[in-house]
Design a protein around this ligand. Structure first.
Ligand code: IMP
Ligand code: MG
Length: 176
């Protein structure tokens, strides 16, 4: 089973991630006190992180999901982003928080942020579990960041390699 192949290369444990969800959830709850917040998770990678984070947010919330893919050469994303599953709820005049798994080049997130801004929300902010700033190409940054990681190919806790490893309850990486 996949879990055995990468034993011993844990970058972040579930406990560390849960602690971070509590910390950021509290911060977000303070920052948006009295407001309603729409949480939009990016499929599929952000699912586990969003589930942890939303439990720590003590605001009125609505949740939705978006699926976007960017077509580029190899493993590097391009600016050519396509929305494969759009949100269903109306975000006009609402505060929106995009929940991401990882920001790499930033191309996907830049597109998504602009896409949601065009729907006239009150605000759009970004909360990401992981940030890989060394590879940033697009002019976009997260407002809430769980952990900054080196330029590694990250797997686990929702993140995949070829659709595998999303179910690992910790963050690991692939050796090349
Ligand atoms: P970006 O557009 O380059 O910022 O990356 C878009 C998406 O690629 C991220 O939201 C992830 O789903 C995926 N991705 C980027 N880096 C990694 C990684 O290290 N492991 C797994 N998926 C990644
Ligand atoms: Mg993603």
């Amino acid at each position: 089973m996949a879990k055995d192949e990468i034993k011993g290369k844990i970058l972040l444990t579930q406990e560390q991630i849960l602690d971070k969800a509590e910390e950021l959830g509290k911060q977000i709850s303070e920052d948006y006190a009295g407001e309603t917040l729409v949480l939009i998770g990016t499929l599929k990678g952000a699912v586990m992180w969003m589930a942890d984070l939303m439990k720590q947010i003590s605001l009125d919330t609505e949740i939705d999901f978006v699926s976007a893919s960017s077509y580029g050469s190899g493993t590097v994303s391009s600016g050519n982003v396509v929305i494969k599953k759009d949100i269903d709820i109306d975000i006009e005049n609402k505060h929106v928080m995009i929940i991401e798994d990882i920001i790499d080049t930033g191309n996907t997130l830049k597109y998504l942020k602009d896409y949601f801004l065009a729907k006239h929300p009150k605000s759009v902010k970004i909360c990401t579990l992981l940030d890989k700033p060394s590879r940033r190409a697009a002019d976009v940054r997260a407002d809430y960041i769980g952990f900054t990681v080196d330029d590694l190919f990250i797997i686990g806790y929702g993140l995949d390699y070829d659709q595998k490893y999303r179910n690992l309850p910790y963050i690991s990486y692939l050796d090349d």
